[in-house]
Design a protein around this ligand. Structure first.
Ligand SMILES: Nc1ncnc2c1ncn2[C@@H]1O[C@H](COP(=O)(O)OP(=O)(O)OP(=O)(O)O)[C@@H](O)[C@H]1O
Ligand SMILES: [Mg+2]
Length: 233
């Protein structure tokens, strides 16, 4: 697979991205109406905007969890349209960590096994998976909750398990949809500190937030409204 790894290649390059959803009745919802942007390696950017403006839709496209209806998206220089679903999943697994707005943890599975799961697809041994998952959980302050299932943890703890799962594969890019949305001030502060340390270590971080204080800590703010970028500062 052609993959550019030079530092000059942006992490993401989007040109005229659109995403329409078709409802059961056939009605089309234009969630994204032509988004062009470039996010460099190692950047720290916040995506902000009203509810329903298309932030999660954009994050899912950047995270290779979904494909655009039209437009071009290059991830680390690779045009996603040239990849079949298996290769797209592989690109995602190797380069992107994703924190979902609604966690997406497996309910009947311990924190440790939830975090270890992405490594299964990388061929890491069972012992190696557990060791790395434990280290990732310790990094988010959950070393004492390894065997708890999601229903046995607070919302903030579940949020941090989701972050540990996104980090366990050492991604070059971390995409986080409202990573502090369910946290109190102290836990939110801890998560932001964690994201800032990761970014200092060279990982590009793109987060969605409704919190002006969180957005202000990013070096760049991308304002989305009605499926378009309204302002990029
Ligand atoms: N699967 C879907 N089918 C149909 N419409 C959808 C679907 N997902 C999202 N939408 C619509 O697309 C628009 C953008 O949704 P999106 O989830 O990207 O918004 P958001 O900016 O993340 O909002 P929030 O801040 O509330 O999370 C909304 O109008 C939403 O109703
Ligand atoms: Mg959303």
């Amino acid at each position: 697979m052609p993959e550019a790894t030079g530092t000059s290649v942006p992490a993401f390059e989007a040109i005229g991205l659109t995403r329409s959803y078709r409802l059961d009745g056939g009605v089309l919802v234009d969630a994204l109406r032509g988004v062009s942007l470039r996010i460099g390696q190692g950047e720290f950017a916040a995506i902000v905007g009203p509810s329903g403006s298309g932030k999660s839709t954009l994050m899912h496209l950047l995270g290779c969890l979904d494909r655009p209806t039209s437009g071009t998206l290059r991830v680390n220089g690779v045009d996603v349209a040239t990849l079949d679903d298996a290769r797209l999943a592989d690109l995602r697994n190797r380069t992107i960590g994703f924190v979902f707005q609604s966690f997406h943890l497996l309910a009947r599975t311990s924190a440790l096994d939830n975090v270890a799961l992405p490594l299964v697809y990388r061929g890491v041994s069972r012992a190696g998976r557990r060791e790395r998952a434990k280290a990732a959980l310790e990094a988010v302050g959950l070393g004492h909750r390894l065997t708890h299932r999601p229903s046995q943890m607070s919302g903030g703890e579940q949020q941090r398990v989701a972050i540990a799962r996104a980090l366990v594969g050492d991604p070059r890019v971390l995409l986080a949809d409202e990573p502090t949305g369910n946290l109190d001030t102290r836990n939110g502060e801890e998560v932001m500190g964690l994201l800032e340390r990761l970014n200092e270590g060279g990982v590009a971080v793109v987060l969605v937030t409704h919190d002006a204080d969180v957005a202000a800590r990013a070096r760049r703010q991308i304002h989305v409204r009605d499926g378009r970028i309204e302002r990029d500062t």
